[in-house]
Ligand binder design. Structure first.
Ligand SMILES: Nc1ncnc2c1ncn2[C@@H]1O[C@H](COP(=O)(O)OP(=O)(O)OP(=O)(O)O)[C@@H](O)[C@H]1O
Ligand SMILES: O=P(O)(O)OC[C@H]1O[C@H](OP(=O)(O)OP(=O)(O)O)[C@H](O)[C@@H]1O
Length: 220
């Protein structure tokens, strides 16, 4: 008997937008999934052949890349940061829109970058940050943080940060300005490449269901 497909979804802010899309694609988690007191991490769905795991955003990519989950939903920031060759990202889900940006204290934003050879940056995205600065002929020393990057400049940890921006409210509240946009971001459906080959009869209709769900998103 074939094992059920494991679908990894992030428990952070993408979840609220992802659930209606999952429902449109025909997948609804069991009631316990919505119980905030539940400590369960794996859930049955209305489909006997699909179960859901709820994990941290960065871990969605890791579970799917290693084949522990066959399919998942994650921001393109995470896909690009890991750059796992085992991941196939066939559908832009048009949710979780934000951008990855460089930000600095208001009073430092005019500093001449051309005069520098080395920058220190606090970020959750060291790979994307190094790639961005390398392309500009600068070496970046990244201080890896997992959140609250906006605190780094005022506390002397780094002059710059590279972080996600949506409304810009977090930067403003912390005295920072956006000085460059590195990339635009949205959530993607991701699939393990080996699973896609071996279990295409199960995965292809699921991918098609998400394509259709994104297409009808605004019409429903
Ligand atoms: N301000 C935002 N607006 C829109 N989408 C965002 C925003 N911040 C993050 N995202 C998207 O949501 C994903 C998850 O972000 P979220 O902030 O929920 O996770 P996190 O708190 O960093 O994760 P974790 O707690 O698991 O480390 C990001 O990878 C990105 O794709
Ligand atoms: O431009 P804004 O609309 O203010 O959004 C940007 C904020 O959203 C994200 O953090 P989140 O709130 O998810 O918390 P985190 O620090 O735990 O990642 C991101 O890291 C910024 O801090």
């Amino acid at each position: 008997m074939t094992r059920s497909l494991t679908f990894a979804i992030p428990k952070g802010r993408i979840l609220d937008e992802a659930l209606p899309l999952l429902a449109k694609a025909g997948i609804e988690p069991e009631a316990e999934f919505h119980d905030k007191k539940s400590r369960a991490l794996r859930f049955a769905t209305n489909r006997p052949d699909v179960s859901i795991i709820r994990v941290r955003a960065f871990d969605v990519a890791t579970f799917v890349a290693h084949g522990a989950a066959q399919i998942g939903i994650v921001g393109s920031d995470v896909v690009e940061e890991f750059n796992y060759s085992e991941l196939y990202a066939p559908v832009d889900l048009d949710i979780g829109h934000c951008r990855l940006s460089v930000a600095e204290p208001v009073d430092a934003a005019d500093e001449d970058q051309a005069a520098m050879s080395h920058v220190r940056v606090a970020t959750k995205y060291p790979h994307l940050t190094c790639r961005y600065y390398e392309a500009r002929g600068l070496q970046a020393e990244c201080v890896k943080l997992n959140g609250a990057m906006e605190l780094a400049p005022s506390l002397g940890l780094s002059r710059r940060i590279v972080d996600l921006v949506s409304s810009g409210a977090t930067l403003k509240a912390n005295g920072l300005v956006e000085t460059d946009i590195i990339m635009q971001i949205s959530a993607r459906l991701i699939v393990n490449r080996a699973a896609y080959k071996m279990r295409s009869a199960e995965l292809t209709p699921l991918i098609d269901a998400f394509r259709a769900a994104v297409g009808v998103k605004d019409a429903v």
